[in-house]
Design a protein around this ligand. Structure first.
Ligand code: VG1
Ligand code: CO
Length: 559
């Protein structure tokens, strides 16, 4: 087979962000753009004669891109490709395939929760041998290669039919098209107590379950697990047909974008609702009148870990991303476990897991997971909650325990970390940079330290400001400038961070957290987060002069 070298010129801005390269589809469709980035990946790794997994969330422009990767990968000497049928693999399922079949790495075609379709987003992400997103050392190399690229290598071969499971030879390489779902179902069946969950669901007619796939990739996974393994009726699923444009929606499981779930849960009094994002790594747990913040969710899963068979030999350690609330830290302290605070992005958890020091972790951005794979895992988190509820109900045969009972019990033991995030999407980069600059000035001069700020719910005193920096305890790599943190004398905290996943302009995220001790009483502990955080939000917006810098009165999304 002849390998052809095609001449090309570098494109600007092919820098992988928090989770791969994400741009408008139209950008990826420019001649040579996708080819350049794929070649830059192969230039940064040594995939000769090795196995590479390819999968994704099935969004628009996926079929074309898979063929591009096959051509270039083969041109670069890849031995074997494992591809999900129809190029479909959810992000956690792809992580599992890389690990299970001992592949060298994987290329995931997804822009996660960003809308899809010809006028929306596409993305390419490289995952390494442990199944997790490439660390910065690798993504930096890829970016450097994109800036000097002169040629890419391809083989010429007819497109591979990805709709048929089986092995074929392809130029000098092999292509194996696999079932997208089966290995993942086997994985989860080995983790959770499916028979306990099944018994609980069968015995309780009042406890209805609804899963909303938001037309992302998780539909077929959810059907196999909720209907297939757990015996729920087909009516427990909605929007479970994956669509290349997610039905025109925004496949992000939060109260704003997953309104299709929220509406039905409220109207039909559904005890347990859940949704996942475009690529299946995020989750939202939402029952009638009961919303679980992701920060609480991961802490509660850690608190209840011993009812999940996978953790029967104990939990190694816990972790969260920096802006995530400190609820999980409290669980770690109480259980005497090691715990970590890492920068935003799942790639930072991988080293700790590989070193056997981390079992359960999460991010406030609806990401929850464990060391069963090296990605966050939406369906895993949802089944974890069902496992916990089934176990809690077994202990309490006379009263149906629901989501709110689990939350209250947790708050009464640990206290509650009220948490919210305000997103200001697609603001001007200049405004965002000035906001950061202003905070850095206050940080450097100490001008805000010990200042008292009046709010409608009382005074807040700023204790300190710092710029979060992380040194990886395993490989000592340093990640700087991961967000500015304002701490208050009562332990409250506000974090400002620029998003690394947007495809247009800048997005500013403001994370607000206030802790209330268990003895505050039920009324205080169960307040809506917006009330518990009202005064602190006022102070956060005022001291940062956010409205002035961004020219926005209100955030685009509140989670
Ligand atoms: C966001 C979230 C972050 C998450 C990342 C990828 O990043 O804040 O917690 O890991 O998305 O999630 P950023 O840089 O925009 O804040 V996903 O579901 O897009 O793979
Ligand atoms: Co995602």
């Amino acid at each position: 087979f002849q390998v052809k070298e095609i001449s090309t010129k570098p494109f600007e801005g092919q820098k992988p962000g928090t989770s791969g390269l994400r741009k408008r589809v139209k950008v990826f469709q420019q001649p040579h753009y996708t080819e350049n980035f794929v070649q830059a990946i192969f230039d940064s790794i040594d995939a000769k004669d090795k196995t590479i997994v390819i999968g994704g969330d099935g969004r628009y422009f996926t079929p074309e891109t898979v063929q591009t990767i096959l051509k270039i990968g083969s041109g670069n000497g890849v031995g074997k490709f494992i591809v999900g049928k129809d190029a479909i693999l959810s992000t956690p399922a792809a992580s599992n395939i890389i690990r299970k079949y001992k592949a060298y790495g994987g290329i995931l075609l997804t822009a996660s929760h960003n809308p899809g379709g010809p006028d929306n987003d596409f993305g390419i992400k490289y995952n390494v041998e442990n199944g997790g997103p490439a660390p910065e050392s690798v993504t930096d190399k890829i970016f450097a290669k994109t800036k000097t690229i002169e040629t890419y290598k391809i083989i010429e071969a007819p497109p591979v039919d990805l709709s048929k499971i089986g092995e074929t030879s392809y130029g000098p390489s092999q292509v194996s098209v696999i079932d997208s779902v089966a290995d993942y179902v086997t994985l989860l069946e080995g983790i959770f107590d499916f028979s306990l969950i099944r018994q609980f669901l069968e015995s309780q007619n009042e406890f209805r379950v609804l899963f909303d796939g938001l037309h992302g990739v998780t539909g077929p996974y959810a059907r196999a697990i909720f209907v297939g393994s757990l015996g729920l009726p087909e009516s427990s699923l909605q929007n479970c047909v994956p669509l290349p444009d997610f039905g025109g929606g925004h496949p992000d499981p939060n109260l704003t974008y997953a309104h299709s779930l929220v509406e039905v849960v409220e109207k039909e009094n559904i005890a347990f609702g859940a949704a996942s994002d475009g690529d299946g790594d995020r989750n939202m747990i939402y029952g009638k009148g009961a919303f679980v913040t992701p920060s609480d969710s991961v802490a509660i899963i850690a608190h209840w870990a011993d009812v999940i068979p996978y953790f029967k030999d104990g939990v190694k350690g816990l972790a969260r991303s920096m802006p995530t609330s400190k609820a999980i830290d409290l669980v770690a302290k109480k259980k005497g476990l090691e715990y970590f605070e890492v920068p935003t992005g799942w790639k930072f958890f991988g080293n700790l897991m590989d070193a056997g020091r981390l079992s359960i972790c999460g991010e406030e951005s609806f990401g929850t997971g464990s060391d069963h794979v090296r990605e966050k895992d939406g369906v895993w988190a949802i089944v974890a909650w069902l496992n916990i509820l089934a176990a809690a109900n077994k202990k309490s045969p006379n009263k149906l325990i629901g989501i709110n009972d689990i939350l209250l019990e947790f708050y009464e033991i640990y206290g509650r970390s009220f948490f919210t995030r305000y997103d200001y999407e697609e603001v001007s980069s200049e405004g965002a940079n000035n906001l950061v600059k202003n905070l850095n000035e206050a940080l450097n001069t100490g001008s805000l330290n010990n200042s008292v700020h009046v709010s409608s719910t009382g005074d807040f005193t700023i204790a300190s400001l710092y710029n979060f920096e992380y040194t990886d305890p395993i490989d000592d790599s340093v990640s700087k400038n991961q967000g500015q943190v304002v701490t208050f004398s009562d332990g409250s905290r506000v974090v400002f961070r620029l998003s690394g996943t947007g495809s247009q302009g800048a997005t500013v995220r403001v994370y607000v957290e206030r802790y209330v001790a268990p003895d505050a009483g039920k009324e205080e502990l169960t307040k809506p987060a917006a009330e518990g955080l009202k005064g602190l939000i006022e102070v956060a917006l005022r001291v940062s002069k956010l409205k002035e810098y961004l020219g926005r009165e209100e955030p685009t999304v509140i989670t």
